[in-house]
Ligand binder design. Structure first.
Ligand code: ADP
Ligand code: MG
Length: 388
């Protein structure tokens, strides 16, 4: 579905539900993580992209302080007063938008609420960040409705705060930044220390496949906490050793790691190798794209996955199978796990004309091996969030 088609469908739902047209329309896409795994909370770098699937959020002013919000896929409504915005565990989907609105209220001058409705083409929980797309479409739409002007980075942080405070997800800000700053035919390179964001061209001759493993592995929370703690241990260890300041693993180079790895606690050394390597792969990957060296870029993706297996130990048999197959299937230029790991999705790099044959070559063997299908989405790096 194109963005215009999505707008038309959403506008139809809005006027049917509310009996009048919307006055403001906003769109925000989901995102993929291309290289840079577990680097954000280590103040490092990520290469990501906004995708060709997103959320359309429409709104019109309310006659009083009431806010009404409709999830256009579910055709379910939540109503609340703008002076009493609260999270509600029974309607999780509304919390993302309530959380965004709560942060915008100080800028609202007229004491009037809004009527809103959103409709999405981003699959939920598929590693494509449907939640950030929801937040950023609402942030832009509500800013448009009230004439609020805030810098995009502030909107990204508002989305992150909504995840933390209203949805209960302690995420970084990569998803929101990618949704806002994405550009057609480009990847987004973010620096999570300075929050500096750049785009790097990849061109229309390349796309990604996101392969969802539909695998659920236990102990994910515990494993995630261990990874974060090990990264902090490693950073503290280097801070006591190196003669330059180390605030996070971002400050440690691979040369320094190689020099000291045998002296440090073994587990912390392994975890650090992944983060330090990922940071260097993001920078090398951006450089490779600048010189049009897609082969090297794909190689870095495979390296990233290898590091997940041996260093960070955040892969699983399903992800390893997909990446392993990817090394053999013609047309796949690179593949790695994407996101937290321990299940979830892998991201593959390919030419658009090879997508159908790749999807076919992966799906059958995956089903045969695991007894359940994988899901394959074709991802085209696309423009970021905007008012329509
Ligand atoms: P993702 O990786 O897709 O962001 P999350 O668990 O962070 O996964 O967010 C998914 C949640 O966001 C859903 O469970 C739901 O509460 C909300 N959400 C996202 N998109 C929609 C939608 N189109 N309709 C209703 N709720 C949605
Ligand atoms: Mg999310």
């Amino acid at each position: 579905m194109t963005t215009n088609e999505l707008l038309a469908v959403t506008a139809g739902k809005f006027s049917t539900w509310y009996g009048r047209p919307h006055t403001v329309a906003a769109y925000a896409p989901g995102r993929i993580e291309v290289i840079g795994n577990h680097t954000d909370y280590n103040e490092g770098y990520v290469l990501s992209a906004a995708i060709n699937m997103g959320v359309c959020f429409l709104a019109a002013p309310s006659p009083d302080s009431t806010c009404r919000l409709v999830a256009g896929d579910l055709m379910e409504e939540v109503a609340f007063d703008m002076h009493r915005v609260q999270r509600d565990p029974d309607t999780m989907w509304a919390n993302y938008i309530k959380g965004v609105f709560a942060k915008l209220i100080p800028h609202v001058k007229n004491g009037k609420g809004w009527h809103g409705l959103f409709f999405s083409t981003v699959p939920l929980g598929a590693g494509l960040s449907s939640s950030a797309a929801l937040e950023m479409s609402a942030a832009l739409g509500l800013c448009g409705l009230y004439g609020i002007e805030r810098p995009p980075l502030e909107l990204a942080l508002i989305g992150q705060a909504a995840e933390h405070e209203y949805a209960g997800t302690k995420c970084g800000v990569m998803d929101q930044i990618s949704s806002l700053f994405g550009k057609e035919g480009h990847l987004v390179k973010s620096d999570f220390r300075t929050l500096k964001v750049e785009t790097t061209p990849i061109g229309s001759n390349f796309c990604f496949l996101v392969v969802g493993t539909n695998a659920k592995h236990a102990l994910v929370d515990g494993a995630y906490n261990e990874r974060r703690a090990s990264c902090e241990t490693a950073a503290a260890w280097f801070a006591g050793k190196l003669d330059h300041p180390v605030k996070a693993l971002r400050d440690v180079s691979m040369d320094e790691w190689l020099q000291y790895k045998d002296q440090m606690p073994a587990l912390a050394a392994k975890r650090a190798a992944h983060v330090i390597g990922e940071n260097e792969r993001v920078l090398a990957g951006a450089e490779a794209l600048q010189r049009g060296d897609i082969k090297h870029f794909g190689f870095l993706m495979f390296e990233s996955h290898h590091s997940s297996i041996v260093n960070f130990e955040n892969s699983c048999p399903e992800l390893d199978f997909v990446v392993d197959q990817s090394r053999r299937i013609p047309g796949i230029l690179g593949a790695r796990l994407s996101g937290g790991g321990f299940g979830g999705s892998a991201v593959l790099l390919a030419h658009p004309q090879d997508v159908a044959s790749i999807a076919q070559a992966l799906s059958g063997p995956y089903l045969k091996k695991f007894g359940h299908p994988c899901t394959v989405h074709t991802i085209i790096p696309s423009n970021g969030a905007r008012i329509l």
